[in-house]
Design a protein around this ligand. Structure first.
Ligand code: PGA
Length: 255
């Protein structure tokens, strides 16, 4: 794992955007794995700015998002499809038919998960996968005790995840209980993985991911098995890393 400890959250998001832009320049037809959530908003803002500056283009790329809530149609205000359209797809030059999310409103969510996994494989798997991390160590919606060999499937959300995401819904009870998520093995097949975590609320999960045992109890710890994983954190999210100074010696200021 490459650990980049950045001075603040904005710098950390910019570093993640730099890696995506570099991938697009190196391989314009790359398949991006995309994430949602509060942390990613700054990454997408930085990518929109780089795109506007002529620094990167999504025109030849395609994308697969990590997950979607079961029961939410693409036009639902809280769907991840809607989030992606607002925060990225509608503001850069992605071809609409080359951006993919699971259909939350599919009549058979299990069959939709299988279809989505097959579509990722048919695309040749993910080139660069962007990830956030839950305070409970989840990646995508792979909650603690998810099989490290899991593929795209339906998962029941943890109470803490529903509570954390309630801020995006009118009422806490509106947060769906189920989601379709790429599995941990699906994520590990990506050529390159970039995980971004900022803020003190992620410090414990970050320490368990990087320095704890590889365990289904902390799904993000599976990234220890990946050959090309970069973890970008701000100082607050790095606060519980035993070897923080070592990582900073290797990459001063996250550079
Ligand atoms: P957040 O979500 O960026 O909203 O904290 C991250 C995640 O749950 O993966």
């Amino acid at each position: 794992m490459k650990i980049l400890v950045c001075p603040d959250a904005d710098t950390a998001a910019g570093r993640a955007a730099d890696l995506v832009a570099a991938r697009l320049r190196h391989d314009p037809a790359t398949t991006l794995g995309l994430a949602t959530g509060g942390t990613m908003e700054a990454v997408y803002a930085a990518l929109i700015a780089r795109h506007a500056a002529g620094d990167c283009s999504f025109a030849a790329a395609q994308s697969f998002n990590l997950d979607e809530y079961v029961g939410l149609a693409p036009d639902h205000p809280c769907s991840y499809w809607r989030y992606m359209r607002e925060h990225l797809f509608g503001r850069v030059d992605f071809a609409p038919d080359r951006t993919h999310l699971p259909r939350g409103d599919a009549p058979d969510a299990g069959a939709e998960a299988d279809r989505y996994e097959a579509a990722i494989r048919a695309a040749g798997d993910i080139g660069l996968q962007l990830l956030g991390i839950g305070a409970n160590g989840h990646i995508g919606f792979n909650e603690p005790t998810s099989s490290l060999a899991s593929l795209t499937r339906v998962k029941t959300l943890a109470r803490s995840t529903r509570a954390a995401n309630a801020r995006f819904f009118d009422r806490a009870e509106d947060v769906p209980r189920l989601a379709i998520t790429m599995g941990i093995a699906t994520i590990l097949r990506a050529d390159e993985v970039v995980l971004l975590a900022v803020g003190a609320g992620k410090a414990d999960a970050v320490a368990r991911m990087i320095e704890g045992p590889v365990s289904a109890f902390c799904p993000a710890s599976a990234l220890q098995m990946h050959r090309h994983a970069t973890v970008i954190v701000d100082e607050a999210a790095a606060a519980r890393l035993a070897l923080r100074d070592y990582y900073a010696d290797i990459h001063p200021n996250g550079i």
